[in-house]
Design a protein around this ligand. Sequence first.
Ligand code: ADP
Ligand code: F6P
Length: 478
Amino acid sequence: MRQSSLVVVANRLPLDDNAAPDGACEWRRSPGGLASALHAILESTPATWVGWGGGVGSAPALPDIGTLRLRPMPLTEDELRGYYEGFANSTLWPLYHDAVEQPVFDRGWWETYRSVNRRFAEAAAEVAEPGAAVWVQDYHLQLVPQLLRDLRPDVLIGFFMHVPFPPPELFMQLPRRTELVRGMLGADLVGFQREQAAHNLAQLAEKLVAAEYTENTIRVDGRVVRTGAFPVSIDVTEMESLSARPYVRNQAHKLRHDLGAHKKVLLSVDRLDYTKGIEHRLTAYSELLRDGRLKVHDTVMVQVAVPSRERVESYRGLKDRIESEVGRINGEYGRVGEPAIHYLNQPFDRADLAALYQTADVMVVTPLRDGMNLVAKEFVAARGNDTGALVLSEFAGAAAELEDAFLVNPHDLDGLKETLLRALDADPADLARRMSAMRAHITDHDIHAWARAYLTALDHTGRLAQHLPRQRRSLARR
Ligand code: ADP
Ligand code: F6P
């Protein structure tokens, strides 16, 4: 067994197996913020990534990606149901997202969640060389830090939560709340997207395991656990260079032509998830058409909703509701050759996503709650010419950074409608100022800066960050 000095443990590998049209297996980059973020930094870092490659049962060996080794974890049908679809995505996911959908507390799922976390911890223990750093990711694997510490007290353990971490009032609903908090506190450094989340953990640790805390430090069982906010980001250089490719420019040009060159294009790109606010957005758009404030002759919406967690009941219901609403809106307001909405329930490769981002006049990113939302940042990186508007929910982590977006409360339908109109009618000079300020921010705070900040906080010697490229510095300063 080859061992690494840096091990990443995440539920999913950055690749999904997809059946090609001829039935062969094709590996494709998985949609989702975590895969996008880590893929960017790990391609050039000697490390091993432990994770699930999609599918049920056996996990075939996978080729390395550059210097990155992949260690696939198989999941059985029962594990998929109890751990991934059950406890992770029907209990924790809705609870951590403000309970916008009712969390399900099924006692049977807990044991599976625990045993899968144990298997991930064992795999990490196997591939970590003596004194290695192991970086555990997200809510699927909250028990891994402590389980791993029990197996390998010599390794340095980091944990990063990509999704929101809720206030005690919500978290305390969880039947297994103490075990979950203890699991995370097995890490040396627990990172979040927002400082408030670190504060939530500190309060829970005090309440549930008699820990003591001061700012960004939790003392428990004679150990010190550090916490902090590390807002995740994107590979700005990758998105910029994709956007400059002739294929992407031609594709964007063609899309504009196909959508109607004179029309204003509203674009949304999400995983098909109830946290993303797709239904609220469709209602706002449909009311603007109903009220005659928008006309299909002048405006068109493109909603990309990549399939996600398709076997989970609440996701299936959402898909049915969205598809019926899109059908209703097109039926009522579309004309022959002029649909009100183009709905695309399919994955895209990065170049085609970049072309879509270049096509939009207004990018509409309106989640009801989101840890960060990388789509918002990708859109900004794709708009090198400082055109286009970003409408962004106040409840996305990205709103704390992209203050020059048109910020909106997506629950306030009238406010959302007004903001869409404001963004559609905005003065190009105002848009250029906003876009250039946002681009300067993400250039200074790209994915490499994120990884460097986290890994240097985990290990002050800097050895973990030594292979990361330096982030660029923007020329523009606010
Ligand atoms: P989440 O982590 O909840 O999925 P993010 O917005 O942070 O949300 O990240 C979504 C990631 O998935 C982005 O990097 C985006 O480019 C990618 N993505 C979204 N839609 C698609 C799609 N249709 N095809 C491929 N990738 C997609
Ligand atoms: O960012 C939250 C997250 O759960 C990530 O862990 C994951 O990359 C993404 O959403 C997609 O979800 P899934 O892996 O369930 O398809």
